[in-house]
Design a protein around this ligand. Structure first.
Ligand SMILES: [Zn+2]
Length: 416
């Protein structure tokens, strides 16, 4: 038992506080955007800390920062843990950051106890996980698995800088991304510790959440065409109001998302344009985006079918017309049952644990293309994230680190 990890909330606190000072202070909250001097500063610190723990530090072709500890058996594909240290503008101190700092703390404790794993361990700070100025998210993890095509590398930020050059600036070698990318079988298992970014763990008084999968996201754009007209002279029964029609459909989408399906679903309309948007004009055209998320493609299919049915009813009742475009579809990622069970066995010994799906995307989505993945969540205070109020108690983070470390030891033995 002496090889198991211990709670080090003071150490975690120190590291989180150190990174929370390497930010762009001109922006409210905690802002560390990728490819900025603050990002560079934090990576220098991180590389230095990794070296202190005996890790061999390198920057890969996509500019991910990787610390490596050689294992006993060099024939085994490495284990990998990681997350990201970039933030959204006006973000918080925990999202992504704790996953990278967990790796650092695990490396420290392994060194302290002179534990050498069977597998080589890679600890990764993935470049630019959050949506970047290039309109791409999970940049570094995409590159690592050869999912960053030339078309994306040519994209420019608002200042005209090409992503290709930004990656070079961060120490990467974009011309080598494809040939050096990891392929199926190159990694034994990828594990990530992350804040939940939702209210479930806190409201159910749990310490740890084992992620059962990462939801798929389907986005549609709906255009409603009515007839713009004078708001004073057109009687109520002679209107073709696009906004009231859209409103009726949006309320129906909320109801449809509240029905029960084989898996949990969420449905949101978060973006809407109204034309001509004048206080004395009956709205003639409304465009809005519908987003569906679930671990089950079938559940999303059923929801979409119900939304279509309702569309026809509203069209008929209100004599407007709807047209629907598919914007994007990403597949859900289901985590292997054996991995969930393994992580669960470990977590149950560390804290109060439940299973839950991840409603947000992560670097793990990309790594899942080439390796089995597992994720552990810790509670987010009031479910808040991507804002300065984002908070998890240091003790909760420390519990997560121990769970991740123990899971790593468990799979290091299991995957021989
Ligand atoms: Zn994150």
């Amino acid at each position: 038992m002496e090889k198991y990890f211990y709670l080090n909330d003071q150490g975690i606190k120190k590291d989180i506080e150190t990174l929370s000072k390497m930010i762009d202070e001109k922006v409210d909250g905690y802002t560390r955007r990728p490819f900025t001097k603050w990002y560079e500063q934090s990576r220098k610190w991180l590389a230095n800390e990794m070296e202190k723990c005996g890790l061999e530090v390198q920057i890969d072709a996509s500019s991910n920062l990787i610390g490596k500890i050689e294992g006993k058996n060099k024939d085994l594909p490495p284990l990998m843990i990681g997350s990201h240290t970039d933030t959204v503008a006006g973000g918080g101190r925990f999202d992504g950051i704790i996953g990278v700092l967990a790796g650092l703390e695990i490396a420290r404790q392994l060194k302290e106890k002179n534990i050498i794993l069977n597998h080589t361990l890679l600890i990764v700070d993935f470049t630019a996980e959050e949506p970047s100025e290039f309109g791409i998210s999970t940049l570094g993890s995409r590159g690592m698995v050869d999912n960053l095509p030339v078309e994306m590398l040519k994209r420019k930020d608002p200042n005209g800088l090409e992503l290709y050059d930004a990656i070079i600036g961060a120490g990467g070698r974009p011309e080598e991304i494809s040939e050096t990318a990891l392929r199926n079988g190159d990694i034994s298992l990828y594990l990530e510790l992350h804040i939940e970014q939702g209210p479930v763990l806190e409201q159910t008084s749990n310490d740890l959440g084992i992620v059962t999968g990462i939801v798929g996201i389907q986005r549609y754009r709906i255009e409603v065409k009515g007839q713009p007209n004078h708001a004073g002279t057109t009687p109520m029964n002679m209107r073709f109001d696009a906004l009231t029609a859209a409103s009726e459909l949006i309320l129906a989408i909320e109801k449809i998302a509240n029905l029960s399906y084989e898996e949990q679903v969420v449905g949101t309309v978060g973006r809407l344009f109204n034309e001509p948007n004048g206080s004395n004009v009956i709205p003639g055209k409304v465009i809005f985006d519908v987003e569906l998320r679930s671990l089950s493609i079938n559940a999303m299919k059923k929801m979409f079918g119900l939304i279509m049915e309702k569309t026809r009813v509203v069209e008929n009742d209100r004599r407007v017309s709807f047209s629907i475009d598919k914007l994007s579809h990403s597949e859900p990622i289901l985590i292997e049952k054996e991995i969930i069970k393994g992580i669960e066995g470990v977590c149950n010994k560390v804290g109060k644990t439940i299973r839950l799906p991840s409603g947000a995307g992560h670097d793990a989505n990309q790594i899942a293309r080439i390796a089995p993945i597992g994720m552990i969540f810790i509670p987010s205070k009031d479910g808040k994230s991507h804002c300065p109020e984002e908070w998890s108690e240091y003790n909760q983070v420390a519990i997560g680190v121990v769970a991740l470390g123990n899971a790593l030891l468990y799979f290091d033995e299991k995957f021989l």
